[in-house]
Design a binder for this molecule. Structure first.
Ligand SMILES: C[S@@+](CC[C@H](N)C(=O)[O-])C[C@H]1O[C@@H](n2cnc3c(N)ncnc32)[C@H](O)[C@@H]1O
Length: 310
């Protein structure tokens, strides 16, 4: 009996590993908030990355997984479940506009519905032309600014962030995507040191209301506080300053696009005189306000420019 050759353990397929992984994440109660739609999507992100599979390969699910590769994937899934660490930080990578970005705990994990606006080149609302000047405020990983630079090959892009740590990650991504000749990074508090006027100003600033910061899922606690907090009681403190500064930084015919998430009604209340456009997104998400330069007050004294009580 002891001399009989041992039968190797049967290999499982990628699909079987995926089903097990998704069930494990569901049992652990992880929250899928950072760019994935559900447990299966979350498990697939980890497994496809770890095994080097192609998301466009329809046969990937039927491939056998070696015991060693299975163990590697299960170790990552285990950390995702036990530590509630976001998958993108485990892998060091996130996708935005179909592009890979390096991410780590210095930056927010890319997931903004801005991706759809950039892919549509802001049509049918803004028409920035073939060679626009674009300003991004609060660039984080650089994902929106870099995707804009690639969507508009003639564009000149300036991307600011108050965090030197975030800008270091953005710089790595600018180099990765080869857009350094047209995209400049600047450490700045909103518009400080920003010169000239722009055809487009885009921003996904921190907008989580203070009270919501106390009750965040564990996954969000891994992200930089400065990427989520700073919006004050209603989340809109930075948004008010971005809107107030837009008239002196936009060219005639330009547009401001600013994300406020669940703060849509609060923004409408704060600026009743502004004609915001709220695009609907096919892939989910909402809360990006577009406003044309011509509709913005020049004097910055309009109601809403200052938060009540500030
Ligand atoms: C919600 S994150 C967005 C990151 C990236 N644009 C994205 O969509 O994934 C907000 C970013 O704004 C930056 N930020 C916070 N306060 C700022 C300020 N006063 N001026 C400029 N950037 C700021 C944060 O450091 C963070 O990188």
């Amino acid at each position: 009996m002891s001399n009989m050759p041992r039968k190797p353990a049967a290999e499982i397929t990628v699909d079987q590993l995926l089903a097990r992984g998704a069930r494990a994440l569901q049992r652990a109660g992880v929250q899928c908030l950072q760019g994935t739609a559900d447990f299966r999507d979350e498990a697939a992100m980890i497994i496809w990355h770890e095994l080097g599979l192609d998301h466009d390969d329809p046969g990937a699910g039927q491939q056998p997984v070696t015991a060693a590769a299975q163990a590697r994937c299960e170790a990552l899934l285990q950390r995702r479940a036990a530590e509630r660490i976001p998958a993108a930080y485990l892998l060091g990578e996130a996708w935005f506009c179909g592009l890979p970005f390096h991410v780590d705990q210095r930056v927010l994990i890319p997931r903004s519905p801005f991706a759809e606006l950039v892919e549509a080149r802001f049509a049918p609302w803004a028409d920035p032309g073939p060679a626009p000047r674009i300003l991004e405020i609060g660039t984080g990983s650089g994902c929106i600014a870099i995707a804009c630079a690639l969507a508009f090959p003639g564009a000149e892009v300036l991307a600011t962030d108050i965090s030197a740590d975030a800008l270091a990650v953005a710089a790595a991504n600018v180099a990765r995507h080869g857009v350094g000749a047209r995209l400049r990074l600047l450490q700045a508090d909103l518009y400080d040191g920003v010169e000239g006027r722009f055809d487009l100003i885009v921003s996904n600033p921190p907008y989580v209301p203070e009270s919501d910061l106390q009750v965040m899922p564990p996954e969000l606690a891994w992200e930089p506080r400065s990427a989520l907090a700073g919006g004050g009681a209603d989340g809109l403190d930075l948004v008010r300053r971005i809107i107030a500064g837009a008239p002196t930084h936009l060219r005639p015919g330009g547009w401001l696009a600013v994300e406020v998430g669940a703060g849509m009604a609060a923004l409408e209340r704060a600026f009743p005189q502004l004609a915001f456009v709220w695009p609907e997104f096919e892939r989910g998400g909402d809360g990006i306000a577009l406003v044309a330069a011509g509709d913005l007050p020049e004097d910055n004294d309009a109601p809403g420019a200052t938060a009540p009580g500030h």
